[in-house]
Design a protein. Structure first.
Length: 249
């Protein structure tokens, strides 16, 4: 674990981030470089965030360079992994939390009925008793973000017809089938037209296509620029993050 010693600006997911090296002060371990092939197999996965329950981006880094004792620079990154591109801010500021996901961190097993229930946690070194003074107590409720649908991608607008490609949170790396697994009980999307935070029109759809009614589109366009937003729906979690595209008229 560690903290960043410099800012990390947003970058396009799915391609190499060749921006300036990110400096990390790491406690309790070392970093190492990996080949591009190893990264595609899951190596050097790092979580960077603000310390809250859901304010995290997952990234991978190819190159790690030791600068001084406990201080590393990581570069040639793959950003917004595992669907976290939807939560990448314009800048992760200096002092952001960084956690190397090397398998040491394990998922807490909770029943689905425990979602959103306030629970009390004691956090501290595993080598010490939970009543040790080094432990911290927090009370928190969690939504079960692992059940959240990923935001759609390749959002396109042709005339007043909106299309997109869905992503999946489970078993999405296979290339043999005609499409990736749905991962939900049914395929549904929330679609809406938005201007300045106000919803102009909305619909629930069963396919990755929205033919916006002509009158609705014309009325939205009459007021100037607006945004098209699409999210996949989960019966368990609700809407995932919205993909967004601005329409300038």
């Amino acid at each position: 674990m560690g903290v960043t010693e410099g800012p990390l600006s947003a970058a396009r997911p799915g391609v190499w981030d060749r921006g300036p090296a990110l400096r990390l002060r790491v406690k309790g371990g070392n970093l190492r470089s990996a080949s591009a092939e190893a990264l595609l197999a899951g190596a050097n996965l790092l979580a960077i965030g603000d310390g809250s329950a859901e304010g995290w981006e997952l990234l991978q880094f190819r190159d790690a360079r030791l600068v001084s004792a406990g201080v590393w620079e990581v570069s040639m990154r793959l950003r917004g992994q595992a669907g976290t591109d939807a939560f990448m801010p314009a800048v992760w500021p200096s002092g952001s939390v960084a956690v190397l996901l090397d398998g040491a961190a394990a998922q807490v097993e909770l029943a689905p009925s425990a979602r959103n229930q306030l629970r009390h946690w004691r956090i501290g070194p595993a080598t010490r008793s939970p009543d040790d003074a080094s432990y911290r107590h927090i009370a928190a409720a969690f939504r079960g973000a692992g059940l959240r649908p990923l935001s759609p991608c390749h959002l396109a607008v042709r005339g007043r017809v909106v299309t997109w490609v869905r992503r999946t949170r489970i078993q999405g790396d296979g290339w043999d089938g005609p499409d990736v697994p749905l991962g939900e009980a049914q395929e549904r999307y929330a679609a809406r037209l938005v201007r300045d935070g106000q919803v102009l029109a909305e619909a629930v759809l069963a396919e990755p296509r929205w033919a916006v009614p002509e009158g609705v589109w014309a009325q939205a366009a009459a007021g100037g620029g607006f945004a098209v937003e699409i999210a996949q729906l989960s019966d368990t979690f609700g809407p995932g993050p919205f993909a967004r595209r601005m329409i300038h008229v």
